[in-house]
Ligand binder design. Structure first.
Ligand SMILES: NC(=O)c1ccc[n+]([C@@H]2O[C@H](COP(=O)([O-])OP(=O)(O)OC[C@H]3O[C@@H](n4cnc5c(N)ncnc54)[C@H](OP(=O)(O)O)[C@@H]3O)[C@@H](O)[C@H]2O)c1
Length: 217
């Protein structure tokens, strides 16, 4: 696993329909994929130092941002759960599930200082935000959406790997998995290098890196 040395390794994960939608027109997205795909997400979450979402996802989905078994038990102990990180300026509602995240209260990095609350970043300068996470001792970040923050990270060249869970389903409508990634012309297309494909129940996982070997460019 390699990334720019001044920031953590960034994995962006999303679930989408075959027609590239990440949510229905009303904003609901739980669940696009089935139980096996979701279990795979939780296993991969458990391996990350931090889990990051935008405020839009907190407000729409109220996610727990924990790595759990299908029965709802913690997949790894509290102190090994990924640290929750929220990007954006809107407030996290007082009853939000992630405020009860089991990782809170456990030390982070070498400082020994407990993480009191989810780490907040403004998103005004995403590169600087990620450098800040690295300085805190976070070496890998699992980005779980939504489309706006994932697109902004891709646009800024700050994503190392994508995990796309594709459900054999259609939603149509306006809520695409990505919006503006800065590719206005076909010459700007972001080619990826596929490193893994997996069938998970009815769904497919495609894992790909943003660094593409010369012969595939
Ligand atoms: N299918 C999936 O995998 C998946 C995953 C997650 C969410 N979703 C769905 O996605 C929808 C929410 O989407 P969303 O796009 O609103 O959520 P989002 O990407 O989580 O949040 C967007 C917000 O991030 C903040 N932000 C911080 N820095 C930013 C930057 N540099 N550029 C842009 N935004 C920045 C802004 O909030 P402030 O105004 O607070 O600054 C912005 O409104 C819901 O329907 C949810 O169900 C789907």
């Amino acid at each position: 696993m390699t990334s720019a040395p001044n920031r953590p390794f960034i994995t962006a994960k999303w679930a989408q329909t075959l027609d590239g939608r990440a949510a229905a027109a009303d904003g609901s997205s739980q669940w696009i994929t089935g139980a096996e795909a979701r279990a795979d997400v939780h296993r991969r979450r458990a391996a990350a130092d931090a889990i990051l979402v935008g405020t839009g996802t907190v407000l729409a989905d109220d996610p727990s941002l924990t790595a759990r078994t299908p029965a709802g038990e913690l997949l790894v102990p509290s102190q090994e759960q990924p640290v929750p990180v929220v990007v954006g300026r809107r407030e996290i509602p007082s009853g939000a599930k992630l405020l009860e995240h089991p990782r809170l209260g456990h030390p982070l990095g070498t400082s020994g200082t407990p993480v009191a609350e989810p780490i907040r970043l403004t998103g005004d300068d995403l590169a600087a935000d990620l450098e800040h996470l690295k300085a805190l001792g976070i070496h890998s970040v699992f980005v779980e959406g939504g489309p706006t923050i994932v697109s902004a990270l891709i646009r800024a060249g700050l994503v190392d790997e994508v995990l796309v869970y594709v459900a054999p389903a259609l939603l149509g409508g306006p809520r695409l998995a990505l919006n503006d990634i800065g590719a206005n012309s076909i010459a700007d297309i972001r080619r990826l290098h596929v490193t893994e494909t997996l069938q998970l129940g009815a769904d497919l996982l495609i894992r790909a890196t943003t660094v593409v070997p010369k012969e595939e460019r």
